[in-house]
Design a protein around this ligand. Structure first.
Ligand code: PMP
Length: 512
């Protein structure tokens, strides 16, 4: 096989090697079953790094052109070759056709304003090349990827084909057992039968909404709250009943007044490091909320994305740990505390709830990846999850502290903010004259973004609020980014003051 490399070409070297192998196969110089040169040998011959040749071989492997056997080497595949390597086979002519007209095709649901707001959120959270305080992402540089890869290999080696088959709808048994045990250790009365593994917490919320909410039902929900919960309930046809949140979390007395006149189907609450405010529901309110749930036969959806992300103060029991009457439907995940890309969450609830959620999950995605679930189980049973939590908490504390310092130093007088004892974000209220949307627009030109507070309200949005996430932002970026937001807010405020003064002067008439 002859390979000529052009180091000045735009095509990366590994792709040039791949092309040369394909050409050799096409020209019959490498027959099906022939052995490719060893990566070290070819690398030496071409004067390139061995990993470059390995990348070329990986590509060929992924395309099915070659097969690789540990200890034996890489060989031209025997079967699929003809199709893969055939030179530009004839493409059948296509007849001209009418382009699909999508207007008027979408369901009523897909045209609702809820979907618009989802698209809006998605755009902001996926922006690149900016300092982003939006989204609520964990720190990717701390991901325990090497350890997790070991667990993946372990799962694959020990479980074999099983991890590539459809798994049980309710989840990988051993992971469910582990989750039930962990919840029991924190005081909850649950067994494996009370657990369903979901594709992230978001799926759990979606399944709960489908199983419990009929169109027109009222759902009591924190205001402001996590938009993914609002959209899950709203898309199921719920009427959202906003319940305010203060520094101690959901205002349970307001909920009580609402319950006296309306009968919401359920209440949704994020008791630990509430999204977006970072508030923690106080002990006393936790007990009162459970009392109300019993009095009004009201299911509580407890979204616990982050009690394990506490870096200051004593932890509080989650609601499920205080619930001996099966009122709480507990939802949690590994997305903020470990790896969001696993898409693994779970729900712990009374058996009749789990049965229905399982039916809806069957209809939604059949199962959450058995490979990832079994790898996660292995990762957890080796106590690597706890070790990871120990490692990341101080990182988040340092970032929270840096945020608090910059807010105090750079933001205009009259700004207030929360001081969360855990989690990944805090909540800022600017002086009344400022509009966070306008501020976002201005700082975006300078390479910084954040989440406008109004996205988190289902009612009466406060224009001067914003959520600043720090979980994934480095200390340097926190420093730089908040300086920019603070300075811009100050400049906007002084312009607003001048405008108000101008207006005042132009409207005044002399007192005579
Ligand atoms: N609940 C809350 C409060 C969240 O903040 C999030 C993610 N932002 C979710 C649920 C969804 O989590 P997951 O990524 O596991 O679906």
């Amino acid at each position: 096989m002859h390979v000529t490399l052009d180091h000045n070409a735009k095509t990366p070297v590994y792709l040039q090697i791949k092309a040369a192998v394909l050409a050799a196969i096409r020209d019959g110089k490498l027959a099906p079953g022939a052995r490719l040169p060893a990566t070290r040998e070819l690398a030496q011959q071409l004067g390139v790094n061995r990993s470059t040749v390995a990348m070329a071989y990986d590509e060929l492997l992924a395309d099915g052109v070659v097969e690789s056997f540990v200890g034996r080497g890489t060989f031209v595949a025997r079967q699929t070759l003809a199709e893969v390597a055939r030179p530009g086979g004839r493409v059948p002519q296509r007849t001209p056709s009418h382009k699909m007209v999508w207007e008027g095709i979408f369901s009523e649901r897909a045209q609702s304003p809820v979907v618009e707001s989802l698209l809006d959120l998605y755009q902001v959270s996926t922006l690149r090349d900016v300092i982003s305080f939006s989204g609520s992402f964990p720190d990717a540089t701390s991901f325990p990827t090497r350890e997790f890869r070991n667990s993946l290999h372990f799962a694959e080696r020990t479980l074999g084909d099983e991890v590539y088959r459809y798994g049980p709808v309710a989840g990988y048994e051993r992971l469910r057992e582990y989750l039930a045990r962990r919840m029991c250790e924190s005081g909850a009365q649950v067994s494996t039968e009370n657990i369903i593994v979901t594709s992230g917490s978001q799926q759990a919320l979606d399944l709960i909404a489908r199983a419990l909410v009929s169109p027109g039902d009222a759902v009591a929900i924190e205001n402001p709250t996590y938009p993914g919960a609002m959209t899950a309930f709203a898309l199921a046809g719920a009427r959202l009943l906003p319940i305010p949140v203060d520094e101690q979390g959901l205002c349970v007395d307001v909920l009580e007044n609402v319950l006296k006149v309306q009968r919401p189907k359920l209440v949704y609450v994020v008791p630990s490091f509430q999204n977006p405010t970072g508030a923690c529901l106080s002990w006393e309110r936790r007990l009162r909320l459970l009392g109300l749930a019993q009095e009004y036969n009201l299911p509580i959806i407890e979204d616990d994305y982050g009690s394990h992300l506490r870096f200051d103060g004593d932890s509080l029991p989650h609601l499920k740990a205080l619930d001996d009457t099966e009122h709480v439907i507990y939802v949690s995940n590994f997305s903020k505390s470990l790896l969001p890309g696993l898409r693994i969450g779970w729900c712990a609830a009374a058996r009749p709830v789990i049965v229905r959620l399982t039916a809806f999950k069957q209809n939604s995605d059949i199962t959450t990846s058995p490979l990832l679930q079994s790898a996660l189980w292995d990762f957890c049973r080796r106590k690597r999850y706890e070790a990871h939590l120990e490692r990341i908490r101080p990182i988040y504390r340092a970032r929270r502290d840096a945020m608090l310092a910059r807010l105090a130093a750079d933001f205009p007088a009259g700004t207030t903010w929360t001081k969360p004892a855990g989690g990944l974000f805090l909540w800022v209220t600017l002086p009344n004259a400022l509009d966070a949307t306008e501020l976002l627009y201005q700082v975006r030109q300078q390479g910084v973004v954040f989440s406008r507070g109004r996205l988190f309200y289902c009612d009466n949005p406060q224009r001067n609020t914003l959520r600043l996430s720090y979980g994934h932002v480095t200390l340097e970026d926190i420093e730089r980014g908040l300086r920019i937001i603070g300075a811009t807010a100050k400049a906007m405020l002084s312009r607003a003051v001048t405008r108000t003064a101008d207006r005042f002067h132009s409207c005044t008439v002399p007192l005579v």
